[in-house]
Design a protein around this ligand. Structure first.
Ligand code: NDP
Length: 393
């Protein structure tokens, strides 16, 4: 019987919720494009519950223990003394979420001889050293599409809140003020602006679709061009590279995976080509942007605002400069972990585990690495090599 090691974020400071603001979440039957939602044999949770924190256990305990497996759940994941490091030695399966990633470095993989499966409960497996996983014959799988629309909604929210100066204006209300001039001296309409996305995959395209009704001029760059009818329908302008696109944009949103082609793409040079007063929203991966170049651009006014929910490392240290830089609209990594998204990726995680333990194939669209090579979605979205090495550096 297998040991399943699950690394999840901490429960709320006030304790695990006893009730929720709403009585459930809407059920979906499929995603845009027709991919079906996760379909495990059964669920041991009520959709809408907090599943991504330690006490939520992704709703997996009853199912795993009934099959005779051991489930270890912890949030303690950093350093050689951590529960994660200790339990990894004889774990067969590791599960973690990008919001609270269990960094699976080559060194950790070498110390986990029994490890056969690393599941990302969510999307984005760059916290795993994919090359090391390839070398060790570990299967890496994620729950493709489970939270793509959740992130797209967050991106639209962040674009609007930066451009309209929402967060500082809200702060004036909380402080008891009525400082309209202070609020509006940095507030614009999105209407008429040029908005570009770096990557138009599931999230990027969903962002474009959601922004189209705002009467903006939409641009994109991607490794592959979208179908002509999609370009026509949304009035999209394609650019062959980010370098070609960003100089014409008022707002740029980043929706590409982190891999060698995208690591530190937004450095001083590229940001220096953006319009003065442009906005940059990055909910993809922090290391796609050079941390200090972003701070410098906000301080100089090259960027009028930066927002996102991805940091490096995660959790971000208390003195991370993105907590205190001017005109930021940061959140912790939450966009893909709404209660709605949790219900889908917890179900997808269970589906992957059912397949793994029953010797059935895992859906191709969930596969990142299998059989010693990039596979399924991984073969399409990632390139050989590894941007993070799954490490905290
Ligand atoms: P998809 O695989 O659907 O889309 C990724 C797109 O990026 C693909 O169209 C791909 O191109 C494109 N791409 C890859 N490399 C480049 C490049 N160098 N330049 C331009 N485009 C490139 O993934 P999703 O849209 O679902 O997710 C995107 C990323 O968002 C994830 O990898 C993850 O890092 C992040 N994410 C963040 C979440 C959060 O909570 N903040 C949650 C979920 C995801 P093509 O396929 O055409 O080759």
């Amino acid at each position: 019987m297998a040991k399943v090691l699950c690394v999840l974020y901490d429960d709320p400071v006030g304790g695990y919720p006893e009730s929720y603001p709403r009585d459930g979440v809407p059920g979906l039957s499929s995603y845009p494009g027709g991919q079906t939602v996760p379909s495990p044999r059964a669920l041991d949770f009520v959709p809408g519950q907090l599943l991504g924190s330690v006490s939520g256990e992704l709703g997996l305990r009853r199912f795993l223990e009934a099959a005779g497996h051991e489930l270890v759940v912890t949030s303690d994941k950093e350093g050689p003394e951590s529960v994660f490091d200790r339990e990894l030695a004889d774990a067969e399966v590791v599960i973690s979420q990008p919001f609270w990633p269990a960094y699976l470095t080559a060194e950790r993989i070498a110390r986990a001889p029994k490890l056969k499966l690393a599941v990302t409960a969510g999307i984005g497996s760059d916290h795993v050293d994919l090359e090391a996983a390839v070398g060790a014959g570990i299967t890496v799988a994620e729950v493709t599409y489970s939270n793509s629309i959740s992130v797209a909604e967050h991106v639209v929210m962040m674009i609007l809140s930066l451009v309209r100066n929402y967060l500082p204006s809200h702060d004036w209300v909380v402080k008891g003020g009525w400082n309209i001039a202070d609020c509006v001296a940095r507030s614009y309409d999105v209407e008429g602006m040029t908005v570009g996305t770096v990557a138009a995959g599931r999230i990027g395209l969903a962002v474009l679709r959601r922004l189209a009704p705002f009467d903006v001029d939409l641009h994109y760059t991607d490794r592959h061009r979208l179908p002509e009818e999609t370009e026509r329908e949304l009035g999209l302008t394609f650019h062959g590279s980010a370098a070609a696109m960003v100089p014409v944009c008022d707002v740029v949103t980043v929706n590409a995976p982190l891999h060698p082609e995208t690591e530190h793409l937004f450095d001083d040079d590229l940001i220096g080509t953006m319009k003065r007063g442009a906005y940059l929203v990055n909910t993809a991966r922090a290391k796609i942007c050079d941390r200090d170049a972003v701070v410098r651009a906000l301080e100089s006014g090259r960027l009028a605002g930066y927002a996102g929910d991805v940091w490096f490392p995660q959790p971000a240290p208390a003195d991370h400069p993105w907590r205190t830089m001017p005109n930021e609209g940061m959140t912790p990594h939450i966009s893909g972990s709404s209660l709605s998204a949790q219900a889908r990726y917890a179900a997808g995680t269970r589906e992957i585990l059912e397949c793994f333990f029953e010797g059935r194939p895992i859906r191709d669209e969930y596969l990142i690495v299998e059989g010693g090579r990039l596979a399924g979605t991984g073969a399409h979205s990632y390139s050989p090599g590894n941007a993070t090495g799954g490490a905290v550096s």
